[in-house]
Design a protein around this ligand. Structure first.
Ligand code: ADP
Length: 164
């Protein structure tokens, strides 16, 4: 069974992420979308909230599992019996860091391959940070994130402002 792990912050999940998840779920027997817990960034959504949003938008994909992890990604892969890391590439700016990470992970465990999937052109400008910024300014999130989680994002912004 070919198992792949798609790691990231997913704060929140966007249509760009979902596109990579759907495409990789057609290639692998199982795809584990996993939230990195030890990120230094101050998140908008807690890990629990991000898990809930990811589960909501992937519930129709039967071979996709949602999880979270901390520590070394290669150790997590071993624990999950996975040998492939999936990464999305948007622009040249993503490349240098991802290249370094892929080589380091392969050095830590030579059995591990990192597979880069090119973004679909319509999502090449899309990131979670741009979604957070747009949401906090009251912008329209249609076509940027799955329709069903738009209310969750707007609610989060309202609560963060201390509103009802
Ligand atoms: P972001 O950079 O949006 O905050 P994450 O850290 O959660 O996202 O990213 C997880 C993975 O998803 C990374 O491999 C990243 O390159 C990829 N990714 C994020 N947005 C897109 C997109 N619009 N198209 C393709 N891949 C993406």
């Amino acid at each position: 069974m070919k198992i792949a792990v798609y790691p990231g912050s997913f704060d929140p999940v966007t249509n760009g992420h979902l596109d990579i998840i759907e495409r990789s779920s057609r290639i692998f027997d199982k795809v584990i979308v996993s939230i990195l817990k030890n990120s230094s960034k101050a998140p908008m959504f807690s890990v629990e909230e991000r898990l809930t949003l990811l589960r909501k938008v992937t519930r129709n994909l039967s071979n996709v599992e949602v999880d979270s992890f901390s520590g070394l990604l290669v150790n997590y892969l071993k624990q999950k019996e996975a040998e492939v890391i999936i990464k999305g590439l948007r622009a040249v700016s993503d490349f240098e860091y991802e290249f370094q990470m892929a080589l380091m992970n392969n050095k830590l465990n030579p059995k591990i391959e990192t597979l880069f999937m090119m973004t679909s052109s319509k999502y090449s400008y899309l990131s979670s940070s741009i979604v957070r910024e747009l949401a906090s300014l009251g912008g329209c999130l249609k076509e940027l994130v799955p329709e069903e989680i738009i209310p969750d994002i707007h609610n989060k912004v309202r609560h963060a402002r201390g509103g009802a």
